[in-house]
Design a protein around this ligand. Sequence first.
Ligand SMILES: *Cc1c(COP(=O)(O)O)cnc(C)c1O
Ligand code: SF4
Length: 338
Amino acid sequence: MRIITRTDDSVEPQDWRQLLAGSFRSVESLLDYLKIPQDSIEACHQAARDFAIMVPEPFVNLMQPGNIHDPLLLQVLPQPQELDEAEGFIRDPLQEKHANVQQGIIHKYQGRLLLMAASSCAVNCRYCFRRHFPYQENRIGRQDWQQTLEYIRNDSSIEEVILSGGDPLMMQDKHLAELVSQLEEIPHVSRLRIHTRLPVVIPQRITPQLCKLLQNSSLNISCVLHINHANELSLAHKDYYQQLRNAGVILLNQSVLLKRINNDLSVLADLSKQLFEFGILPYYLHLLDPVKGASHFDVPEQEAITLHQQLMAQLPGYLVPKLVREQGGKAYKTPITT
Ligand SMILES: *Cc1c(COP(=O)(O)O)cnc(C)c1O
Ligand code: SF4
């Protein structure tokens, strides 16, 4: 009897690409689905014109219907305040253009560099510091990889390659596999890091093929997830993250401190504890980057410091993320302390 094996491109009911294609792309459809009255959404439309709304259904299903203040909804819903001018909130707050040494690479810190492996994300986070970044100019087509790999090959100080974006897991597994195998051939590269929010919004992205390719790699692999609130961790996620851990991947998390979403001691403590339940260690808690259109998420530095100190008083050290700010022209992310 012939055994029919499934190919890489077979479409399963829960295929992540289908879920991605079915994302909510309008304020109406999202609020309608959540049964939230649509009284004053004209201003939301204007904000969405500047930076589109996009959110996959699995993430929406973690939100509480009827609650306009849901901490997950607030991260993705265009708000009228985005149109406000706020002093100090600018288009390229990190001055990444300077560290953008060549197409697709941001080499800012010693021993490691960011490779912008994909130009898009699965979700548009309203506070994103890259909301105005010239992604299209930085899209690495597969032809351009050679040039990118050449840059890494020629600098033997680079021990770690960080796949970033956009979201690197927007790449198909077979393309990711090609990239990983080319990186494996560079002798001085020993670590690979994947910065992603995709599994948070579509956990089905953690495919068996992905786990297999990470497990079989000779590189030491870590994955830095981006989770801001404990509600982003569901039982469904738990199995998928376990599969990554079974593949030998170290799981870390970075959050952004966001007003009305997680600037609260019990919310932050719950997040850390829940992350650990899921086999993930808190890594960074970022102060918001002052990007134009995101000032309504800003938490004053003094409040952040106080929250962080309270967190230290309440949790074991390994569950307290480092409170940092990203600054242009510094050798590392700046720790925030009193
Ligand atoms: C955050 C960041 C890194 C990684 O920094 P770590 O402290 O190693 O996590 C590397 N490059 C750039 C440009 C970054 O913004
Ligand atoms: S997933 Fe990350 S890079 Fe993409 S919009 Fe959200 S915060 Fe920005």
